[in-house]
Ligand binder design. Structure first.
Ligand SMILES: NC(=O)c1ccc[n+]([C@@H]2O[C@H](COP(=O)([O-])OP(=O)(O)OC[C@H]3O[C@@H](n4cnc5c(N)ncnc54)[C@H](OP(=O)(O)O)[C@@H]3O)[C@@H](O)[C@H]2O)c1
Length: 337
């Protein structure tokens, strides 16, 4: 339909010949690259990059995606946990771990360079890494710990996504110089929206409700949610969606850290020890298996929103997120081309 729109535009009496040629040229280049990308996507499963992959929810997501047949690149700082994930991923061709400290730009730059040496396209980027502490009243904590918390939980998400843009979505459009890029984007806007990459940030109830002694974490998660909404708006034209997922209360090291906090420094301490005592913490592997179709296969229409893993309404959303629907979308794009 939109391709016909290009032709209709060029047949307008006032439409200059050179503009027609330029549009036709850029549109045909765009159509060719769309065909190539659709073909590449249909041929094999796309690469999944997961931060915070050494432990907890990120590790569970990385392993689940690898079991689904996706090449997985798991990032975290050097540790025995990261080594053991690397060993587990050896069973899955194309999967590996990379060292990356999200508090150090040089470390992130090195990791993204290594990712670029391993793949030309990232289908899904999951920012699962998170840092809660230090837990403590704002009046007693330091400005430097506030900045460190924002760096790891928020700034690194923006930094890594920007560095990986050449591998995300329609990377040839994102990598094109501004002038030509504008023409390409204009031509692209006449085509049906195609979703080539998905970015997911991990949200939290702390993004919505202030929790005493968690000021850094709450501020970072609230900022992350707005980052996801803004990125969804800005990156849609490149075939990139951005969603936020709130995983619920999980049985991970982060919850152990919460229970280990001094109750004098943390007024909500009893609430979290209560969750643990009541067996209310969810198994990260079970949650990862439930939400993975959302992360890997959601349609573009779901971009820009936050989803809760422990909500019944997620079942409705998940029905829109099957791999079949994804393939049907790719086939439809190929047909348009
Ligand atoms: N657990 C919950 O109840 C809960 C609830 C809501 C949201 N969340 C969110 O879910 C996500 C996963 O949490 P989790 O419970 O699985 O936490 P976790 O077990 O503590 O794991 C945190 C992960 O983040 C990584 N990380 C922390 N600082 C890093 C840094 N500077 N550089 C690189 N990686 C770093 C850790 O890797 P290293 O090996 O490098 O330390 C680890 O892989 C987080 O975003 C968290 O905020 C958790």
């Amino acid at each position: 339909m939109r391709a016909h729109g290009i032709l209709a535009l060029m047949s307008l009496p006032g439409c200059c010949c050179w503009l027609s040629v330029m549009l036709l040229g850029t549109a045909s280049a765009f159509l060719t690259m769309a065909a190539n990308t659709a073909a590449a996507g249909a041929a094999g499963k796309s690469t999944v990059v997961v931060t915070g992959a050494s432990r907890g929810f990120g590790r569970a997501l990385a392993l689940e995606a690898a079991r689904e047949g996706h090449p997985v690149i798991g990032l975290a700082r050097r540790s025995a946990d990261l080594d053991s994930l690397g060993k587990e991923l050896e069973a899955f061709p194309g999967s590996c771990v990379l060292e990356c400290d999200l508090g150090i730009p040089d470390s992130m730059a090195r990791a993204t360079t290594q990712i670029m040496m391993r793949t030309r396209h990232v289908g899904t980027l999951v920012h699962a890494a998170g840092r809660l502490g230090p837990i403590g009243n704002l009046a007693k904590s330091t400005a430097s710990s506030f900045k460190e918390g924002l760096d790891v939980n928020l700034v690194a998400v923006d930094y890594l996504t920007r560095r990986l843009l050449p591998l995300l979505g329609d990377h040839r459009a994102t990598g094109t110089p501004p002038a030509a890029g504008a023409a390409l984007r204009e031509a692209a806007s006449l085509l049906p929206p195609r979703l080539l990459s998905r970015v997911c940030v991990i949200s939290s109830g702390a993004a919505h409700t202030p929790v005493a002694s968690w000021s850094t974490y709450c501020v970072a998660k609230a900022g992350l949610l707005m980052w996801a909404r803004c990125a969804a708006v800005d990156l849609a034209q490149y075939g990139i969606s951005v969603i936020a997922l709130s995983p619920g209360v999980l049985d991970t090291a982060m919850q152990a850290e919460i229970r280990a906090a001094d109750p004098d420094d943390f007024p909500e301490h009893g609430l979290f020890t209560g969750y643990h005592a009541a067996g209310a913490l969810a198994d990260p592997a079970e949650v990862a298996a439930r939400v993975l179709p959302l992360l890997l296969h959601h349609p573009a229409s779901l971009s820009g929103a936050e989803y809760a893993a422990d909500s019944d309404s997620l079942d409705v959303v998940l029905r829109l997120c099957s791999a079949d629907a994804d393939n049907a979308g790719a086939a439809a794009n190929a047909a348009v081309v």
